[in-house]
Design a protein around this ligand. Structure first.
Ligand code: SF4
Length: 339
């Protein structure tokens, strides 16, 4: 059966027209799903009983059950959801001063094999559908009884490797009749799938693009992120410049500092050279130690020195607050523990 949450408003209108129903019904259903946040077609009381029966016969609503939940002392919550086909995905809720942010997964497993990531040991199973991505927000909202204001596509999976479903999920979240989360409050992260960065620039969705850079030479980056063998740093930065030029949006570069790997002054100098003149921001991430992982966390002293060097040389850099460090916040860890 088809999942009703897999449709953006336009597609749902088309679906209804093809079913011989009035187009405006799609808007009503969107309202029930994303404003009233109902869990069954029977609750859609302004639809005729006949139409509700028709919907029940043809569509599911993919309501997630929580398999496991971990709560950190800083308010971070990490959920493991049952995606109703025997698989499980994880979603993280973080509390920032600007509101509640949910970090969504986009795939079950991941193909990219980044060496610092706990998901690397988990085999790729499948893409999540648009509805399965959106449901993560709805399920968290239901659990906490509050609305979510920011979304980051930084959970398990490479978002741009599931491009069409990710774009559709953004359109559902961003739609004023849907979850009504502004594109500027949505951040899409990529390990560096260059052709898809060019595509994203053309979508006319002013979301923030976040690039997992993590290294300043190709040799170093290829060791950490195999994707660099397909698209090197120079190709990646060229695509970023195109994104900035087309969208006029600032790019966020993620740089996970690992001890004695990419955290010395020479790295900071090369980073300044690479990013000089770009409309960007650098997010320094103290890497979370992963079980059996190759990388360990940088010292606080090194992290601060690194940040100060960037800031003193014209690159805006901040250190990301370590959220959920007491609950296995590196992606993949909760799921792996449950297997
Ligand atoms: S960091 Fe992201 S892209 Fe890289 S392996 Fe982990 S989930 Fe995949």
């Amino acid at each position: 059966m088809k999942n009703i949450k897999d449709y953006d408003l336009k597609d749902l209108e088309l679906e209804f027209e093809n079913m011989g129903e009035k187009k405006y019904r799609a808007g009503q259903i969107f309202h029930w799903l994303y404003v009233e946040k109902v869990k069954s077609f029977d609750e859609m009381t302004n639809l005729s009983i006949e139409l509700r029966e028709k919907l029940k016969k043809n569509y599911t609503m993919c309501n997630y059950n929580i398999l496991r939940k971990q709560e950190s002392s800083d308010g971070t919550k990490k959920y493991l959801f049952d995606v109703l086909d025997g698989n499980a995905i994880e979603t993280v809720l973080m509390q920032y001063h600007h509101g509640k942010t949910v970090c969504v997964s986009t795939q079950i497993g991941c193909k990219m094999g980044c060496k610092f990531c706990a998901s690397t040991g988990i085999q790729f199973i499948r893409n999540l559908s648009a509805g399965e991505i959106v449901e993560q927000i709805l399920a968290v909202e239901q659990d906490i009884g509050e609305n979510i204001s920011n979304i980051v596509y930084m959970g398990i999976g490479e978002p741009l490797d599931n491009y069409d479903n990710v774009i559709k999920s953004i359109r559902i979240m961003n739609n004023q009749k849907g979850l009504n989360i502004g594109a500027r409050h949505i951040s899409v992260s990529t390990s560096g799938l260059v052709p898809k960065i060019y595509d994203l620039a053309q979508e006319n969705i002013p979301c923030t693009l976040s690039i997992s850079l993590h290294a300043t030479t190709d040799e170093q980056r290829s060791k950490m992120m195999p994707v660099n063998n397909a698209y090197n740093i120079s190709q990646l930065l060229q695509a970023c410049k195109d994104y900035i030029k087309t969208t006029n949006r600032r790019i966020s570069f993620e740089y996970a500092l690992a001890k004695d790997n990419n955290d010395n002054l020479e790295d900071a100098k090369r980073l300044v050279k690479l990013l000089k003149g770009m409309l960007c921001h650098v997010n320094l991430i103290p890497i979370n130690k992963i079980e059996n992982g190759t990388f360990t966390k940088s010292t606080n002293e090194n992290i601060i020195k690194f940040r100060d060097y960037l800031n003193d040389n014209g690159i805006v850099a901040t250190i990301r607050r370590e959220l959920g460090s007491d609950i296995d916040a590196a992606c993949g860890q909760l799921r792996r523990k449950n297997l």
